[in-house]
Design a protein around this ligand. Structure first.
Ligand code: PMP
Length: 368
């Protein structure tokens, strides 16, 4: 089975022996500290390293404004529970990260989607959604955005639009939550400064999952001090703190030559993305459109009228390839002709073969 479904990072370039030696040394030499309870904020030297990572996105952060969490998923949960009451509206891209939809709906917020094009979310659509919700007497609390190579569509919000989105939300009194786990996984084009870089009121979520390891569960929230302090209390009430051992392992990794490992992974993702983008034109029915990501893990496909992503799924399994049908990435939505393909976990050869198999599965749904 060729999987174009999952969004797992490729860990094959990690220096496992070195990490093993580091873990052993941490336990042997600092075991009574790294196996003990620790600070609710996360350990200070790691907060400094995370501030340095954010500098690459143009963010000047005071390490004290960082809360280390068990993955950015927890950061999102904490921010949502701090800001939102049941029935509040959260605006998000269309389509958006399924795990965020789960968090928002779990806390009984209503997710409303903002239209997107190749430049990311459309500011006029954002303004319209705010006005419509308010006309209905609803409270809009958050805009949740993944500005770089979004999951699931792979699109990136342009610099110009980042500025207008921040301005629209500031004027409307809506907090922007910028979720940026993929920002450093750029394989083409030029980096765009984070929304947070020019807008200190924005809440920024970071993660080591895509640049080091998802299994160590280390992410972080950068937020204005009064918000960060309340998030820490909530975090302490929820998990006490992220694993101290994981934090130390991450710290040691970030003190080493992690950029070399990341550059090698990014080279692999580039090859894989290009293999997928080159294979699509021959495999997809005429009239199909897809995104062209400059980083991250995903391509989003829209089939022409008369084809069905849902029906293609079962046929694709028979052909020996899997993908994720698009409907799951919309809160209440139905996207019967959309699908997400991931290129992060398979070799270029298998991606080419997988896309060819997918093409046959989709062709078989013609007229359904
Ligand atoms: N946000 C987005 C957009 C993601 O794609 C993911 C992971 N797939 C997460 C957050 C969660 O990441 P973490 O492992 O840091 O919890």
């Amino acid at each position: 089975m060729i999987s174009l479904a999952g969004g797992n990072p490729d860990l094959s370039g990690l220096p496992l022996e070195q990490l093993g030696a580091t873990a052993a040394r941490l336990i042997e030499e600092q075991g009574l500290e790294v196996l003990q309870y620790g600070a609710g904020s996360g350990i200070d030297p790691l907060r400094e390293q995370l501030a340095a990572i954010m500098r690459r996105a143009g963010i000047e952060a005071d390490p004290h404004d960082i809360l280390i969490t068990a993955g950015s998923q927890l950061g999102l949960e904490l921010v949502t529970s701090l800001f939102c009451n049941p029935g509040d509206v959260i605006l998000a891209e269309s389509p958006t990260y399924v795990g965020a939809i789960g968090t928002f709906q779990g806390l009984e917020a209503e997710v409303r989607h903002i239209e997107c094009d190749d430049d990311g979310l459309v500011p006029e659509s954002l303004e319209r959604a705010i006005a419509e919700a308010r006309a209905e007497g609803r409270t809009v609390k958050l805009l949740y955005t993944i500005p770089n190579f979004t999951n699931p569509s792979g699109r990136t919000l342009t610099a110009e639009r980042r500025a207008s989105v921040a301005e629209i939300c500031r004027a409307a009194g809506i907090t922007v939550v910028e979720d940026d786990p993929y920002g450093l996984v750029r394989f083409d084009g030029e980096p765009v400064p984070a929304i947070r870089a020019n807008n200190p009121e924005v809440i920024y979520l970071g993660s080591l999952s895509k640049i080091f390891s998802p299994g160590i569960r280390i992410g972080w929230v950068l937020a204005p001090k009064h918000v960060r302090d309340r998030l820490q209390l909530l975090c302490e009430a929820t998990i006490i703190h992220a694993s101290i051992l994981s934090q130390h392992l991450a710290l040691e990794y970030l003190r080493g030559d992690w950029e070399r490992d990341l550059a090698a992974s990014v080279d692999r993702y580039r090859e894989r993305a290009h293999a997928m983008l080159e294979a699509l034109p021959d495999a997809m029915p005429a009239g199909t459109t897809w995104t062209t990501p400059e980083g991250g893990f995903f391509v989003w496909i829209e089939l022409p009228e008369g084809y069905s992503a849902d029906a293609a799924f079962e046929r694709a399994v028979d052909e020996g390839v899997i993908f994720v049908p698009g409907s799951g990435f919309l809160a209440h939505g139905n996207a019967p002709r959309s699908l997400r393909l991931s290129f992060s976990g398979e070799t270029p050869e298998r991606i080419r073969e997988g896309v060819a198999r997918l093409g046959r599965a989709i062709a078989a749904t013609a007229g359904t």
